[in-house]
Design a protein around this ligand. Structure first.
Ligand code: HEM
Length: 418
């Protein structure tokens, strides 16, 4: 006779160390489980998580307490219906297509190069501390046309805002620091907004001040909240994705060699990293009415926690879900960065990540430049670093041996010794 395993505690140290065995237990035995610690219903199967992202009955009203205090106002994830559609089309063009390619690609390339230049020639580096945590924030600050000398201040605000959002245990000091950071950021931005309104430039902040959709423009409060959202939504996530991509590849030397030799594999490697080790592990929703899912019925008004990290490893959806395989045929790279994705790392439906293509561009540029600069890169420590974090998750550091640089590797290759 088999006994039912204990339901996992998602606030426990064991879960933080490695949530994947717990996710498996949830999918198998508790596909709908009320978690006391977070007072929410955990959804762990792909089918249920995808429904929660797609079906409008699952509102995002939970962001009123989960996001609004840190951003000092309502932001896109919290909105629905026409308000959401109009606000989203005010900001979306900057993150895709021509604007992304022509205006922001050079900004992304320059920021990657500058960060790499700081450790080019060193024997080793921490790819998280020296590259991944800095790169996306520096890019956003430059896209907005803000003072590059303030990169460090933005970094501090970003860390506090992200602390607020990840505060599953509701620690009061972390919450207060997050609110304070939001206020400081807004105070910093207000005089700059007045300048941009008077004399708009070519930057994203000026665009946010002047763009109008169906008679709607963003006021100062809308913009300061949106910038705060961008720092959190675009920083933490891309940071963890880049670090996880390199950790996953370095831990699978054959796949690393394949990507190094054929850079067109980078998007597939990134898509598989998003499936295998998604930077955002969970997202909440609040059903407006009672809903029946594969494991039971959720009452109206309850909070549901969509376990992205679990859905992306659902054996009902993927073959060998616990294997990192950039060549897998059940994940489509062509749609992986659109709302038609067949993983849930960017959510799905109307709130699908507005920055997915920006993230893809940042990862492609960052990975290409790192591979060019350090073709002989390898782990500097014996074991591959594990991921950390429960709400968002990724390697806290990634010490790599940089090996001989670009020039040296080419010479060695030419001499037939590579
Ligand atoms: C690998 C990197 C990224 C991951 C894994 C990621 C993940 C997500 C997820 C899961 C959501 C859905 C939230 C929800 O439905 O409640 C989301 C939404 C969003 N993301 Fe991303 N994101 C990434 C990069 C970015 C970047 C680079 C930006 C912009 C700078 C960005 C901006 C946003 C915004 C503004 C939303 C809200 C969209 C809406 O509610 O309509 N993200 N992201």
């Amino acid at each position: 006779m088999t006994t039912l395993p204990q339901p996992p505690d998602i606030l426990s140290p064991e879960f933080a160390a490695d949530p994947y065995p717990a996710y498996r237990i949830l999918r198998e035995h508790y596909p709908l489980f009320h978690d006391k610690g977070t007072d929410s219903y955990l959804l762990s199967r792909y089918e249920d998580v995808a429904r929660a992202f797609r079906e409008p009955v699952f509102t995002t009203d939970n962001y009123e307490w989960q996001l609004e205090p840190a951003h000092g106002g309502r932001t896109l994830p919290q909105m629905s219906g026409r308000e959401h559609a109009v606000r989203r089309s005010l900001v979306a063009p900057a993150f895709r297509g021509r604007e992304l390619r022509e205006k922001f690609l050079p900004v992304i390339e320059r920021n990657a190069r500058e960060l790499i230049d700081a450790f080019r020639g060193d024997a080793d580096a921490d790819l998280v501390g020296q590259f991944a945590t800095r790169f996306p924030i520096n890019v956003i600050v430059d896209m907005l046309g803000l003072d590059r000398a303030d990169h460090d201040r933005f970094h501090g605000w970003y860390a506090s805002v992200v602390g607020f959002l990840s505060n599953l245990a509701q620690d009061p000091e972390t919450a207060a620091a997050g609110r304070r950071a939001g206020e400081e950021l807004a105070a910093y931005l207000r005089p700059i907004l007045a300048e941009r309104r008077a004399a708009p430039g070519d930057d994203l902040l000026s665009g946010l001040c002047t763009t109008e959709v169906e008679g709607t423009r963003m006021n100062d409060q809308d913009i300061t909240s949106f910038v705060s959202l961008l720092l959190a939504a675009g920083g933490e996530t891309t940071d963890k994705a880049l670090a996880a991509l390199f950790r996953n590849l370095l831990a699978h030397p054959d796949q690393f060699a394949a990507v190094r030799a054929d850079r067109s594999l980078i998007p597939a490697a990134f898509a598989e990293t998003l499936r295998y080790t998604p930077p955002v592990q969970m997202i909440m929703r609040q059903p407006a009415a009672e809903v029946t899912l594969s494991g039971g019925t959720v009452p109206a008004g309850a909070t549901v926690t969509c376990l992205i990290g679990s859905a992306n490893r659902d054996e009902r959806r993927y073959a060998r879900p616990a294997a990192f395989d950039i060549f897998r045929t059940d994940l489509t790279t062509a749609t992986a960065f659109s709302a038609a994705a067949d993983h849930v790392a960017f959510a799905l439906g109307r709130h699908f990540c507005v920055g997915a293509l920006l993230a893809r561009t940042e990862i492609e540029v960052g990975a290409n430049q790192l591979l060019d600069a350090f073709p002989a890169m390898g782990f500097a420590e014996d074991a591959a670093p594990a991921d950390e974090g429960v709400f968002t998750r990724g390697p806290a550091r990634l010490r790599v041996r940089l090996g001989p640089g670009e020039g040296a590797a080419r010479t060695a290759g030419a001499a037939g010794t590579a």
